[in-house]
Design a protein around this ligand. Structure first.
Ligand code: C2O
Ligand code: CU
Length: 443
């Protein structure tokens, strides 16, 4: 498909009006000067991957010989420079900083913000992360295949000033399925992680798969302290409920390690135990692990936590858009079929959403396509106002990926504060490759 191969561009537009530019090139790019605090070279290769479990994935893709690629940790407000070198990935590679609202030119979308980096070529990304949180990076060229086969890694931005209380143990757990094998983490020996009784433990679960996953803690109550790189306001202890994460999403769970001789497990996905935190075995014997049965219910994100100021008035939008996801027969890439549609249009004839800098934008997203679509907007976080008519009354629910199930209606709002042309697509990357893609454009 043109989009993911860095080819075709949408042609029509939506809601066009006489916009004002108000944007110069400098706001679209990262800082050209300055010495980076984080300076990493990531070399992409096609090769076999050995997972932490010892299982080998034939002809996968790696970054610096591993998949997931190196875990990147940066500090809020400090310059990050990442040099992508493509050694041997045939179709070309890019890197997209998922959930990090970087300047447009650093966004890493082949065919939109840059050309794919071919074998033997390189590309330098520079940006300053503005917000602390859990993010990830992945290729955005033929992303369906390249992400699935290994081109991704975690990206954590630590706060400028340490939070209090700071976690004693902080673990990043990207969850990924390689040709039918689910892996958590990737660094051999990363799990189980040791924690002492009383330690505050933070687990950052990242869903790098095409489908949603559920995560929870067994053996202790936990709090959902952040979602999609935004702190949750007023999180209270949760037991017996899971957090549902849409494809591409992240959930940060925190809990206090219970007394001596206790074990805590973090469940991800269909009842699997994947991350295990246990106290040092004083007696030499590992304490028994709590049983892992997946909770029946999910945490209700519309009511969890307490309200807080969101910095704008979502009830007084400058633009409102209807965003209807459906299915219809037609041609995509010259192929006849039943395809995903946006407002009745098929890729690439899907209108862009047009905004002007500073607009408050309200969007009603509906899905009558027969399947779930985690809709990911680049460069922005949106605030969920309601889901199927139920208003959000808990913490402001900021997300970069709206988990729109079949039959769902979400009303979301955001401030158009990051100029450029931004991809907006289903993060079931197979669906994106089948054309469930549009763009947000600043005019
Ligand atoms: Cu995580 Cu457009 O992607
Ligand atoms: Cu989808």
């Amino acid at each position: 498909l043109g989009y993911v191969d860095g080819g075709g561009r949408p042609v029509e537009t939506h809601g066009a009006h006489a916009g004002h530019a108000g944007t110069d090139v400098a706001t679209l790019t990262g800082p050209p000067t300055g010495t980076p605090a984080v300076n990493v070279t990531l070399t992409a290769r096609q090769e076999d991957i050995t997972l932490a479990s010892g299982k080998v994935v034939k002809a996968g893709y790696t970054l610096n010989h591993t998949s997931p690629g190196p875990a990147i940790v940066a500090r809020q407000g400090e310059l990050v420079q990442i040099t992508l070198l493509n050694e041997s990935v045939p179709g070309g590679v890019t890197l997209h900083w998922h959930g990090l609202d970087v300047p447009n030119a650093e966004d890493g979308v082949a065919g939109v913000t840059q050309d794919a980096v071919g074998p033997g070529q390189r590309h330098v990304y520079r940006f300053v992360p503005q917000r602390a949180g859990t993010y990830w990076y992945h290729s955005h060229q033929v992303a369906d295949e390249q992400v699935r086969l290994g081109l991704y890694g975690s990206l954590v931005v630590t706060p400028r000033r340490p939070v209090s209380p700071a976690p004693d143990v902080d673990v990043t757990a990207p969850v990924h399925t390689y040709r039918g094998t689910r892996a958590v983490g990737g660094v051999p020996g990363q799990f189980p992680v040791q924690a002492k009784p009383g330690d505050l433990v933070r687990i950052r679960v990242i869903d790098t798969d095409d489908g949603s996953l559920r995560t929870w803690v067994a053996g202790a109550s936990y709090r959902l302290v952040a979602l999609d790189g935004r702190d949750w306001h007023g999180p209270t202890p949760v037991t017996g409920r899971a957090v549902l994460i849409g494809a591409g999403g992240r959930a940060d769970l925190e809990f206090t390690m219970p007394g001596d001789g206790a074990q805590v497990r973090v469940g991800v996905g269909g009842g699997t135990t994947s991350v295990l935190v246990s106290p040092p075995a004083g007696t030499g014997a590992r304490p028994p692990a709590p049983p892992v049965t997946a909770p029946k219910d999910d945490l209700d994100l519309l009511t969890y936590g307490t309200p807080a100021d969101v910095g704008f008035d979502p009830q007084r939008p400058d633009r409102t858009f209807d965003y209807r996801i459906g299915r219809r027969p037609g041609f995509v890439d010259g192929k006849p079929g039943l395809w995903w549609s946006i407002n009745g249009h098929l890729f690439p004839d899907v209108p862009m959403f047009q905004v002007s800098l500073g607009d408050v934008v309200r969007m009603r997203i509906t899905n009558s396509s027969g399947q779930a679509h985690p809709m990911h907007l680049h460069g922005h976080h949106v605030l969920v106002l309601s889901h199927n008519g139920r208003p959000s009354t808990g913490s402001p629910w900021w997300t970069d990926t709206v988990p729109v199930k079949d039959g769902d209606t979400y009303v979301v709002a955001f401030v158009a504060d990051n100029p450029g042309v931004w991809a907006d697509h289903c993060h079931n990357l197979q669906h994106a490759s089948q054309g469930l893609v549009t763009h947000l454009e600043y005019t």
